[in-house]
Design a protein around this ligand. Structure first.
Ligand code: WQD
Length: 347
């Protein structure tokens, strides 16, 4: 039963993390509205959300860089209680080659959204940020107080700038915001009806692993095994996308219930556990029984050696803790890849 006091707008809601979050919002009784320009996602995800959650979110196919379209949406949807803003470009490598595309899209869409929210008196926003803002911290685990390092990509800059914009706007207007810094989202919903849909050759490790496992990619290249880590490969904090989605529901609840302790709050969303690339490969083979064809290649420029989260703040303040382990991350990612392979969806 939806409670109209809890209507949430999800921008980028047909995307990977967005779609999983819409499912969890519906499960928690929220009414959901999605705004997405489908530049990096597929319309059929709406059908899958309805199949999983039994409710079809209202959908607006709009580009948030078009402020008039954002105003039309807020006029049509008058009682939005909170916005979760996922819509952004997120390919790190592409952002190095095309910085202006990233600055325009990621920053202008946020500015348009905030201007219209301010005009319409919608004062709660949850922002999709990233652990990439930390670069390579001097001390691990990374806490929310860990200083930013100069972003190595335009994508990273847009996340740092996005947080900066929110902090300043939240101190000058009625808008209250929560920035969620994701570590490495992986996995898929247990139904295998939604998951990561990389366009073209995947940049990220997990989809490359599952596509290699299914035979869509010839071989996985591990980018370097000469790092100062136990097995020489990079360490990351992989977090199940469903755990990540549930944290967004908690953040919405915190804002709508006016429980935030300041106008701008930041939370790390990770498991607090670091896992190396080789450990991922070995665990994948064990969990799926699927041999993985891989080789060691040169380091990838811009990669940090090791990054994992201190999650105490989110545990305490959001009442949220990651529950799903590596096995569920890997088995759900594989089940989704198998389902994609069986289906007619070509990505
Ligand atoms: C993980 C590890 C690679 C591919 C980035 C962004 C972050 C977020 C997640 C958007 C690294 C290694 C990878 C491959 C490999 N993006 N790897 N072979 O770089 O930690 O984070 O993606 O929200 O903001 O910074 O994730 O999955 O690309 O890499 O060896 O084919 O896997 O070197 O050590 P990353 P990743």
């Amino acid at each position: 039963m939806t409670n109209t006091n809890k209507k949430v707008l999800v921008t980028g809601g047909t995307g990977y993390i967005g779609s999983h979050t819409v499912v969890e919002l519906i499960n928690a009784g929220y009414e959901t509205v999605i705004a997405d320009n489908l530049s990096n996602s597929e319309r059929f995800i709406l059908d899958r959300i309805e199949q999983i959650a039994g409710v079809r979110p209202k959908f607006y196919e709009i580009d948030l860089c078009d402020k008039a379209k954002v105003e039309d949406l807020f006029n049509a949807e008058s009682d939005i209680k909170a916005v979760i803003h996922f819509a952004a470009f997120k390919a790190v490598g592409e952002s190095v080659k095309e910085p202006l595309k990233y600055f325009r899209n990621n920053n202008l869409s946020l500015i348009n959204l905030l201007e219209v929210m301010n005009e319409k008196g919608v004062n709660n926003i949850v922002f999709s940020s990233s652990a990439t803002v930390y670069g390579q911290p001097d001390v691990l685990p990374a806490t929310e107080a860990t200083p930013f390092q100069k972003a190595l990509s335009a994508y990273g800059s847009t996340k740092q700038m996005g947080e900066e914009i929110l902090e300043k706007v939240s101190s000058a207007t009625i808008i209250k915001s929560i920035a969620l810094r994701y570590f490495n989202p992986v996995g898929a919903h247990k139904s295998a009806l939604i998951g990561e849909l990389p366009v073209g050759v995947p940049n990220n490790l997990m989809p490359f692993v599952t596509q290699t496992g299914i035979g869509k990619r010839e071989m996985l290249t591990i980018f370097g095994d000469d790092y100062s880590t136990p097995d020489g490969t990079c360490i990351r904090d992989y977090i199940h996308v469903v755990d990540l989605a549930k944290a967004h529901v908690k953040a919405c609840e915190r804002l709508i219930a006016e429980k935030a302790e300041s106008n701008y709050e930041v939370f790390n969303l990770g498991t607090g556990k670091g896992t190396s690339v080789l450990e991922i490969v070995n665990a994948f083979e064990k969990v799926t029984g699927q041999k993985l064809n891989y080789k060691i290649g040169p380091r990838r420029e811009g990669d940090v050696e090791s990054l994992y989260a201190e999650t105490k703040l989110a545990n305490e303040k959001l009442g949220w803790k990651a529950e799903l382990g590596l096995e569920e991350m890997l088995s759900s990612a594989w089940a989704w890849e198998v389902k994609l392979h069986e289906g007619t969806v070509e990505v």
